[in-house]
Design a binder for this molecule. Structure first.
Ligand code: FAD
Ligand code: SF4
Length: 452
């Protein structure tokens, strides 16, 4: 905000910049100096925020006009027309619709490259001697240093670490454009192949690291998608990378925004599986023998970031099969991540990650340790044995996974694409289930005691 204020002033705009504890106090200051002013504001995507501000403004004798939010590619009207009266939504259909409507990554009426979706070419794991590209760093200027000092002093006990002399998150438009250029030139070519991979000691891999800049409005969604498509058209990046990136922005980002908009306030409180456990201590301390969880929590603590698969298949998946209250998990994601805003965090955590409602996906993203083992090198260095489901040092994911399927059978058995999983459930005998339940109970106790 401070950099944006300065950039606007440099461009010749008159800017009134107010520092206050609350919006109400800020508006008091503003209206004392400029009574009766009509304000114009881009409609904030978080539920109820625009209306709350309108009330605060009206109480001070002003008026507020909300205009379309241009930090998104598609408008509420476009989504509402596409979705009609539906109350559950599927991303893939929306994604294709947007590409058809906008012409993004299209050759005439056909998707570029011939396929709509190259998901099955996004699942490679890198070879042992591969190392990811360097992450661009931005030297903090005086303004940023002041904010770092303010945060240190004001929130001494806040969870997370603060970088002292360098920062990977762009805070100006110029830095954001540098980050985008770096992504397109350096990271995008391998982004697609390794999109779902996890590698010990590597927090960024080839991900764009652009979500915070896009959510803040330092970059536009169309701009980043066009930059990726241009790289494909020039022959500088393969289709599985470019389509994968376009799908995340044009498909998922727009989709979560609209589904959130149409599903609130119920979405935030949803808990269709009646999950009530507290988060395991390890989410706060990072101290755990589970190598995958320790890595993922460490990335969030150190960088305010974990990439998509760590968010979905480690942090959310483990909480889901452990039985964590979706609202508690949602709070943890809100406080831990640099790109967190209610409109995007809540649908991803409560909808996609916790399967607390089926508005966003037709099945839970639940898996055993097998998935982690397939997509990462974490299991090789772990104290737990990924090959074991029960007994001493068995991978905690395994017993929890089967226990989760069994416990939630009445909701899950009939849901789309769960048939194969339940054919495995049906093959287990009573003795096996007793051992699974015992191990799952033990794992939850270890989680509560901070001893996982
Ligand atoms: P890349 O992997 O490079 O992807 C490119 C861009 O696509 C991202 O920058 C982002 O703008 C967009 N994108 C990709 N997936 C999603 C998605 N599911 N929803 C919305 N946008 C998406 N994203 C946030 O911006 N804020 C959050 O608080 C957030 N919380 C999440 C919580 C969970 C449990 C899950 C599963 C996903 C969450 N995401 C969130 C979505 C996604 O994980 C992040 O956008 C992405 O990891 C950001 O890193 P990146 O910029 O390197 O992304
Ligand atoms: Fe995670 Fe289990 Fe693999 Fe350990 S063995 S890294 S706990 S999935």
């Amino acid at each position: 905000m401070r950099h944006f204020r300065d950039e606007l002033r440099e461009c010749g705009y008159e800017v009134t910049y107010i520092e206050a504890e609350t919006f109400g106090e800020g508006l008091d200051q503003f209206y004392d100096a400029a009574p009766g002013t009509d304000l114009v504001l881009m409609d904030p995507p978080s539920h109820g925020a625009g209306e709350r501000l309108r009330e605060l403004v009206a109480e001070r004798g002003g008026s507020l006009t909300l205009v379309e939010n241009d930090l998104f590619l598609t408008t509420p009207d476009e989504f509402d027309e596409w979705a009609g009266d539906a109350d559950t939504y599927r991303q893939e259909n929306w994604y294709r619709h947007v590409r058809r409507e906008t012409g993004i990554l299209m050759d005439g009426h056909e998707p570029a490259g011939g396929e709509w979706n190259y998901d099955d070419e996004n699942r490679e794991t890198p070879p042992d001697d591969w190392s990811p590209p360097e992450v661009p760093q931005f030297e903090p200027d005086e303004e940023t240093r002041e904010v770092i000092a303010f945060v240190r002093e004001r929130y001494p006990d806040a969870w997370g670490s603060i970088a002292d002399d360098s920062c990977v998150w762009p805070v100006t438009r110029e830095q954001a454009v540098t980050a985008l250029d770096h992504f397109v030139e350096v990271r995008l070519p391998e982004f697609g192949a390794y999109q779902d991979a996890m590698v010990e000691g590597e927090w960024a891999l080839c991900h764009s690291l652009l979500s915070a800049a896009i959510n803040l409005g330092l970059l536009g969604p169309r701009e980043v998608v066009d930059a990726a498509e241009d790289a494909y058209r020039r022959g500088d990046a393969p289709i599985n990378s470019v389509e994968g990136f376009v799908r995340q922005v044009v498909g998922w980002r727009e989709f979560t925004r609209h589904v959130y908009r149409r599903s609130m306030p119920e979405l935030a409180q949803a808990n269709q599986l009646d999950q009530t456990e507290s988060l395991p201590e390890a989410y706060w301390t990072g101290e755990t023998d589970m190598n995958c969880l320790s890595e993922a929590v460490g990335h969030v603590y150190d960088h305010g970031y974990a990439h998509h698969i760590e968010r979905l298949m480690i942090l959310a998946n483990f909480a889901l099969i452990y039985g964590v209250d979706p609202q508690e998990l949602d709070r943890w994601f809100h406080l831990g991540f640099v790109d967190a805003y209610d409109w995007v965090t809540t649908p991803n955590v409560v909808g996609m990650g916790s399967f607390a409602t089926d508005v966003l996906s037709s099945k839970p993203y639940a898996s055993s340790g097998n998935y982690v083992n397939k997509m990462s090198d974490y299991c090789a260095d772990c104290e737990y044995a990924v090959s074991k489901t029960t007994g001493e040092n068995a991978c905690p994911f395994n017993a929890l996974y089967w226990d989760f399927l069994k416990e939630n059978e009445s909701v899950l058995r009939g849901t789309g694409r769960m048939g194969l999983m339940y054919s495995h459930v049906d093959r287990k005998d009573d003795e096996e289930w007793d051992a699974i339940r015992a191990r799952a109970t033990e794992v939850r106790k270890l989680g509560r005691d901070g001893a996982l």
